[in-house]
Design a protein around this ligand. Sequence first.
Ligand code: NDP
Ligand code: 13P
Length: 356
Amino acid sequence: MTDMDTRVAVLGGGSFGTALASIAADNGFHVRQWLRDGALVESINRDHRNPRYLPDYAINPRVKASTELEWVLEDAILVLVAIPSKAFAEVVRQARPWLKPEQILVSTTKGIQEDGFKLMSQILEDETGFAHVGVLSGPNLASEVAQKQLTATVIASHDAETRSRVQAALGCDYFRVYASNDRYGVELGGALKNIYAIAAGMAAALGMGENTRSMLMTRALAEMSRFAVSQGANPMTFLGLAGVGDLIVTCSSELSRNYRVGFAMGKGQSLDEAVASLGQVAEGVNTVKLVRDKADAEGVYMPLAEGLYQVLFRGVPARDMAKLLMRGEQSSDVEFVLPREDVKQDRRQTEAKNGG
Ligand SMILES: NC(=O)C1=CN([C@@H]2O[C@H](COP(=O)(O)OP(=O)(O)OC[C@H]3O[C@@H](n4cnc5c(N)ncnc54)[C@H](OP(=O)(O)O)[C@@H]3O)[C@@H](O)[C@H]2O)C=CC1
Ligand SMILES: O=C(CO)COP(=O)(O)O
């Protein structure tokens, strides 16, 4: 079988699923996309447009949409799952009767499931028991991808066939696909950065400057890395596209839905109003709750996640929280170089010397 015989199935009719379906079709693959909304299916098949999620972009006419999972999945070699985390497991279960062990299953979703604190590729693995499982993540704002703006992503899998099939299906002159074998690290990076994108949007709405955003992103990376280490993940992965790359874009762009939720709240909207006016998924809202609770339970120091949680769910004004965070205990810059504990020890020694 040649690469071009690969049939690609995309589950999900949102902005990212649609953008990825169109790339694979541009690359010459046969692509079938599953959506639950019959009217959108008709628009994609007739007008080659997705008026709800990507109204301004033409979709490659080789993308064929359907509400029938069986038809979409038959003969598919590669299955991309682009469904928000809250519905991810439910959709995988719906698809399960037509999934086959030889298929390659890839999550493109950057979120965490509350039940069991599971990442999406874990759900793919647990629900199917199949061997070819991966995750796609990187600085990939869907509307820019649809515009064919140059960018790159990461396909992470322990399975070499998964990595090479996805590179072949999606890699092109505007979308580079880098490989990683750290599935957990890549997936964790994509989920965690959404938290800080909300905070960055809020800071921008409050008129905070570029220095502030730079500090926020850098401390976010420190906090994400601390969490990764606590979960047994490799923090070095965060130096790549799925960590720092995605953190930069989502904390800097009004195209990010997470950033926009933060921005709307910084301008005075409630969380419910901000989410409702978005009309699309902002995974960070759920992720911050889950990560904060886990960090709390496991004693992981995550002041930004805790602060954002207090603003989102406990009604603490964002500006007061920013002040509080700035007055927090001064600590180490790069903990892998100077451990936080050593800074505390220095302080204790100085205070003892001064008779404090
Ligand atoms: N958009 C982006 O820029 C990027 C997004 N991602 C990730 O991709 C994931 C998917 O997001 P994206 O495409 O952006 O999402 P959107 O919010 O644009 O769309 C969500 C899609 O999922 C569908 N959906 C939701 N619940 C269900 C369900 N129970 N059954 C069937 N379909 C359902 C929606 O269908 P309906 O319209 O019928 O509700 C819609 O087609 C997100 O988790 C995000 O983290 C990753 C990189 C970039
Ligand atoms: O992950 C993304 C870009 O890489 C998209 O971010 P949002 O979900 O915040 O739009």
